[in-house]
Write a protein that binds this ligand. Sequence first.
Ligand code: SF4
Ligand code: SF4
Length: 315
Amino acid sequence: MNGPATLAAGKEMFETSLKNLQVQYVDFLLLHNLQNINGFKSRFGDNKLFGWLKQQKAAGRIRHLGFSFHGSNAELPALVDLYDWDFVQIQLNYVDWKEMSRGWGSGGGSVTTSEFLYNYLVGKGIPVLVMEPVKGGALANVSEGVAAVMRERHPDLTPAANALTFVGSLPGVMVTLSGMSNMEQLKENVSLFTGFKPFDEEERAFMLTVADLYKSKGQIPCTACSYCMPCPAGVDIPGNFKIFNSASDALLATDISRKDVADKRNAFLKLYEGQDKAIRADACVGCNACLPKCPQHISIPQHMVRIRELAAKIR
Ligand code: SF4
Ligand code: SF4
């Protein structure tokens, strides 16, 4: 349920969903994208929508009531204390376990870690639904250096399978939402979770060393969710981040005389300039309209400036 501002709109959304689904009840109803108590109050509390949803649950029209969380560690307990939730959906993956990075050049801000969110919910006995187990596909497409380290340990697992196994091995995780986009990924996921071989504690600790290596490559933690789109100036925000990430280590390298670094930087420029001018980072006017929309709290305009400066420098 995605933020209707009024009781009437919320009721209508729920009734329309039941009608369209042709069911008498829903198994799981999730309040989407809660970040803090004030956000909950303005979207679901003050308008009495949450009270109405609890009545629907008592009447058997909702079997499980929960929310998805996009805030910082400090904001979670107050939301959890509001109700006897049946589940909570959080962002959890091995790279975000110790800290959800805002990416290079970010100004920091409130801390969010998968580790805290997970431990807090499990400590309260609340089942955990996991979103972004492969960080919007970023952990399926790690750089060769990172992939090689994982391959040495588990030759039979792809980078995506390593990421999913890390999440699936955690007790208390009820569902892992892996965001598949083709039949090949569906088959890989079904095969991985059929006869699932969980990582033990030592293997999970190993994945945290892989996370350190991944972070040292300076990737922007964009999950390509496109919540920031459309940009009023026409910039393809996730597209530009994808191109940057394809060469982030070379773009941020201090020794640019190395041939492999130079090759990667030139490949970046080719991809960057291969885009239509109107959608490149150059087109960003710094309006900040995208900033509050990004659930990863990425400093988007700041990154756009850096990307266009890097491209200009390599040209
Ligand atoms: S700050 Fe830049 S990227 Fe963000 S919405 Fe404005 S123009 Fe688009
Ligand atoms: S909202 Fe944030 S994570 Fe999603 S596509 Fe935009 S920049 Fe990437």
